[in-house]
Design a protein around this ligand. Structure first.
Ligand code: CS2
Length: 488
């Protein structure tokens, strides 16, 4: 079967597949760092829509940070790949054309600096994952910015799109730190570049052989980079651009340009991503493979619904959080995503600080229940043992995996000992939680139950306890959210 290439686009179009009809020959105006699935099925489609509408400034140079596989596959396919956009009721296929070229930062560093300092470059966007925000990343960007400054060119809009709170501010701080090494650079960056905070949302699982086989069927040609995603997408970005006209362009493509991203980012991290991480750890230990299987289990569904309703939602500034929650429960159940729990559990030590910790602190402050958050923490500790309730071993992928697994394995089924060490790690839990006795005790209580009964039976017990407490509150005429924790 021949490979997906520019010249097969007319054939694909005749099969009803949406393809780019603009000239894909211009110089890219956007440099994207982090060529993972997310960018290719989210922002690349927004840029594709802008290009399709005739604004040719939004072509992308896609930079893979280390792994050359995707960059090289895309290069061999003229930057093209198909995205299957599907939910419970409909499926469509689209080939976005925004990626005009690719390279690999670890292999072709000079090309990255060259692109950052090219006259036509206007934006840098980033999806380098939580662990990617390192001084080395900033050095790479600042090297290019310095060449730009020396060439007498204007600054850039640098948009971090990773699941970090205040992602733009974090990127700016890192870049300014790196720029200290060069006279004038901090000042130039401060005065010429902007770093809008942004929230991006779309569930995009990693590409699988199954997805690529389905794509080959639909396309009639081979696509080594085919992806699947859901219909839903959201991009909320702070109105802070080098070129103020970009706000109107992005709005035309459906992007929400706002003055304050924080309420959106908070709701997304603490509802969607927090639930994802909880389901990932629970699912992995229960031996489930994908999120849609997990959410079909009534106990997992109740747990996730109540986690969002009782413990997290009431803390949020996004006023439509209940609708967002309901939409999420439907999105999690999307059967065509096949989103692996192990993929989401990857790098949990880097994700928990944004996803769970602020909600636990908020629950203390607002006198809300933190029982389900403690259960999630216990599920993560249990997950670290690397073997599920059916005795099947799995790999724990995490930058801290070797030390975390050593502790989890040494503690075995001793819930108290495991909690005393793993719930007290400041880089993960921050300064406050490790010293909060009720929180740590509750984790140990649920971990002990998980160790003895298995995770799904423990979850069912938690749901029964909280349901009994809720009906007792109803009898007493109380309508406020749950604030009690179970007694050990
Ligand atoms: C997921 C996210 O892998 C993960 O950790 O929680 O990638 C999630 O699918 C996206 O943030 C959805 O917008």
């Amino acid at each position: 079967m021949e490979a997906l290439k520019q010249h097969v686009l007319p054939v694909l179009q005749s099969r009803g597949i949406q393809v780019p009809s603009y000239a894909r020959t211009g110089a890219p105006g956007v440099l994207h760092l982090g060529l993972g699935a997310f960018h290719r099925a989210h922002q690349a489609l927004v840029f594709d829509a802008l290009l399709q509408a005739g604004d040719l400034r939004w072509g992308v140079l896609g930079v893979a940070m280390h792994n050359p596989a995707v960059a090289d596959t895309l290069a061999a396919q003229d930057g093209l790949y198909v995205v299957q956009i599907a939910d419970h009721v409909s499926t469509r296929w689209q080939v976005p054309g925004a990626i005009l070229g690719t390279c690999v930062a670890a292999r072709e560093r000079h090309l990255v600096a060259q692109a950052i300092s090219a006259a036509q470059t206007r934006w840098i966007t980033l999806t380098v994952t939580e662990k990617g925000y390192t001084p080395a990343l900033a050095d790479l960007i600042v090297e290019g910015l310095a060449a730009r400054q020396q060439a007498g060119l204007g600054g850039l809009t640098l948009a971090s799109c990773d699941n970090l709170s205040h992602n733009g501010d974090k990127l700016k701080a890192l870049c300014l730190q790196s720029a200290q090494k060069q006279a004038n650079m901090p000042h130039w960056i401060e005065s010429c570049c902007v770093f809008p905070n942004s929230m991006v949302d779309r569930i995009v699982p990693a590409s699988t052989p199954l997805r690529r086989a389905a794509a080959a069927d639909a396309l009639g040609c081979e696509d080594g980079a085919a992806l699947g995603t859901e219909g839903f997408w959201e991009w909320v970005i702070e109105d802070r651009f080098c070129d103020p006209g970009d706000a109107a362009c992005l709005r035309q493509a459906g992007v929400n340009v706002v003055t304050d991203v924080a309420p959106f980012e908070d709701a997304k991290l603490r509802l969607l991503n927090a639930s994802h991480s909880a389901m990932a750890c629970i699912g992995a230990v229960a031996g489930l493979h994908v999120i849609s299987d997990g959410i079909q289990n009534p106990d997992i569904h109740t747990f996730i619904h109540d986690l969002m309703t009782q413990e997290v939602g009431p803390q949020l500034r996004r006023t439509d959080w209940a609708e967002y929650r309901d939409a999420l429960l439907t999105r999690f159940a999307n059967p065509s995503l096949q989103h692996s729990v192990h993929q989401i559990a990857t790098d949990s030590s880097q994700k928990i600080p944004q996803r769970w910790v602020p909600s636990v602190l908020g629950a203390f402050e607002k006198n809300l229940s933190f029982e389900r958050l403690a259960f999630a923490a216990a599920a993560w500790i249990r997950y670290l043992r690397g073997v599920d309730d059916g005795n099947v071993a799995y790999a724990v992928n995490d930058p801290m995996a070797s030390s975390l697994q050593k502790i989890a394995t040494a503690c075995g089924a001793d819930a108290n000992q495991a909690t005393q060490v793993l719930a007290r790690l400041i880089p993960i839990w921050g300064e406050v939680l490790p010293g909060h006795r009720a929180w740590v005790k509750l984790i140990a209580r649920w971990l002990d139950c998980i160790n003895h009964t298995g995770i799904l039976a423990a979850l069912s017990e938690l749901n029964q306890i909280t349901a009994r407490a809720a009906s007792a509150r109803t009898i007493h005429g109380e309508t406020r959210p749950d604030s009690s924790q179970s007694k050990s």
